[in-house]
Design a protein around this ligand. Structure first.
Ligand SMILES: NC(=O)c1ccc[n+]([C@@H]2O[C@H](COP(=O)([O-])OP(=O)(O)OC[C@H]3O[C@@H](n4cnc5c(N)ncnc54)[C@H](OP(=O)(O)O)[C@@H]3O)[C@@H](O)[C@H]2O)c1
Length: 345
């Protein structure tokens, strides 16, 4: 049995709860074990039961009351994360790029207490990556974060696991669906930047305060995570050279069109580059992709360009990336158990 505790019960927390409920057969068939939710908390409430909580009940209570639990959340969260019995923390609280909280404290406490962590939260990783990965290694547990970059687009695990034998020279791509939607609509419909942004807000792609997306902060956080995780650099999001898309007007879009090009917000990371900026991309090029999709081109020494495209956000898309990390931990635990068994025989 793999016991999980869920920190944050918003869009992603509810998505992964649904997935855990619906994928029990897969867990049993592939690993002979179940995943059990033994705790969940949001800003004000919590639910705990060492014998397992009913995912459907958690979801319906959140829907009906706005709270995941019936009791107020513990005043000492660190104690809760240290003293509760569980194997893995699913950390899905909001991204905060000022100090990484509350995710940073949640992740640090769980890792220090010898628990695996799977997260979609960019803040702690874009600010304190090295410290947290070293903490995980010291405590012989895993910190996995596929969902933090590109949602369902598997760029981190693909680069680190399947392309393990490759020398990766660079990764470049579109890591923010909201900006891509805006630039795409400006080109296709001839909209002004403000009009396209309003449309993105009405459709729920952009926040009321869109600066995190359109000033390139979100892309910069993701690039910093890629730089740390794949290029073994030690950077934070503020090390990223960053230009957003606020300055892109209809004239720039038409000038690009005259050269048969489009403007895209492109992030690029390598051993010596770390930059996100609007770039001219030839129409029809892979990076000229439209809509809210994300794309990453991984430039390798043997396989050449490996390109992944996928949905960068959304309840089920993000849950899918979290699930891939949960399964990777299952697989690793299974390998560890088999190795111990062989050693005993
Ligand atoms: N949504 C996506 O498509 C997506 C994609 C990739 C990555 N992510 C990342 O995944 C994380 C979760 O995103 P989301 O869309 O699920 O956000 P969300 O809908 O805003 O949910 C956040 C949840 O965290 C809870 N929370 C806030 N402060 C807390 C605290 N101090 N202690 C405990 N819980 C707290 C909130 O509680 P209340 O419900 O009580 O307010 C809420 O349940 C973020 O870091 C985000 O950047 C999201």
């Amino acid at each position: 049995m793999m016991d999980v505790l869920i920190a944050g019960f918003g869009v992603v927390g509810q998505g992964i709860t649904e997935v855990i409920r619906d994928k029990q057969d897969l867990f049993m068939k592939r690993f002979g074990e179940r995943v059990r939710i033994v705790g969940a908390f949001d800003r004000r409430s919590m639910a705990l039961d060492p014998s397992g909580l009913d995912p459907t009940e958690l979801l319906s209570r959140k829907l009906a009351t706005g709270q995941v639990g019936k009791v107020p959340v513990a005043t000492d969260i660190e104690e809760l994360l240290r003293e509760t019995a569980y194997d893995m923390l699913l950390e899905v609280t909001p991204t905060n790029i000022v100090d990484g909280e509350p995710g940073y404290t949640h992740i640090r406490t769980a890792l220090s207490a010898g628990r695996h962590v799977v997260t979609s939260n960019k803040g702690p990783l874009a600010l304190r990556f090295r410290e947290l990965t070293e903490l995980a290694a010291r405590n012989r547990v895993q910190l996995r974060f596929e969902a933090s970059v590109g949602g369902a687009m598997p760029v981190i695990n693909l680069s680190r696991d399947l392309l393990m034998g490759e020398e990766i020279a660079s990764i470049r791509g579109i890591l923010n669906g909201t900006c891509n939607f805006i630039l795409h609509r400006m080109k296709v419909e001839g909209y002004s930047f403000d009009f396209a942004l309003r449309e993105a807000q009405e459709l729920g792609y952009a926040e009321t305060d869109p600066s995190y997306d359109i000033d390139g902060v979100d892309s910069a956080c993701k690039l910093a995570i890629l730089a740390n995780a794949i290029f073994e650099r030690d950077v934070t999001y503020s090390d990223v050279v960053r230009t957003g898309i606020r300055g892109i007007n209809e004239e720039a879009i038409s000038l690009a069109a005259e050269q048969n090009k489009v403007i895209r917000l492109i992030g690029e990371v390598s051993r010596d580059k770390l930059e996100v900026a609007p770039r001219l991309v030839p129409a029809g090029h892979q990076l000229s992709i439209g809509g809210t999709l994300n794309i990453a081109q991984i430039l390798t020494d043997m396989a050449g360009d490996v390109t992944v495209v996928g949905r960068g956000a959304g309840r089920m898309e993000t849950a899918s990336a979290l699930l891939s990390d949960i399964l990777a931990i299952f697989k690793d635990e299974e390998a560890r158990r088999n190795a111990t068994r062989r050693a005993i025989i």
